[in-house]
Design a protein. Sequence first.
Length: 174
Amino acid sequence: MELLVAMSLVLIAFVASAGALRGYWFTQALDSAADEAVTGLRRLQEATVSESHPVVYGLRLTEPDSGGGIAPSEKWDAVRFDPRVTSGPQCTYTERNDFGGSLGASVEVASVTVGDPAEAAVCRDDLGLGSSDKFFFFYPRGNATTGSFVLRQPMLDKTRTISITGVTGRVTRS
């Protein structure tokens, strides 16, 4: 009888800790995705500053549709825009990434708030994208497209916001 009671207590403790571990896992996936996004944006900013003018680098995100027409995206892409190109696309992908994690700990883009820079229309045409695709660009003088995007971990409904300040090109996470 004592053995059964002890085994029941161990089982209850295990079940309780498994839920906490799952929450920890999902929160870590969200924080990791947000850190990855900030690092990627800073890498694009450095690439723009090191390039010759007028080449710029940017980030493409797909904004989900609140009406359910466009599902939340787990992907982000780095793009290179070179207006000097006369034959072929001026906008090309430089890297393609996703926010997804293992064991169902995926992270998705919940919302995007950004203006529509002139380069965005060209990139949408060159890459065959729709109006739900939003772009952030960094410019050689250190400034950037102002805006923010929210990453969400759907299992916990927790979010992290990544913001870009236009005048300074500063990238922050909250």
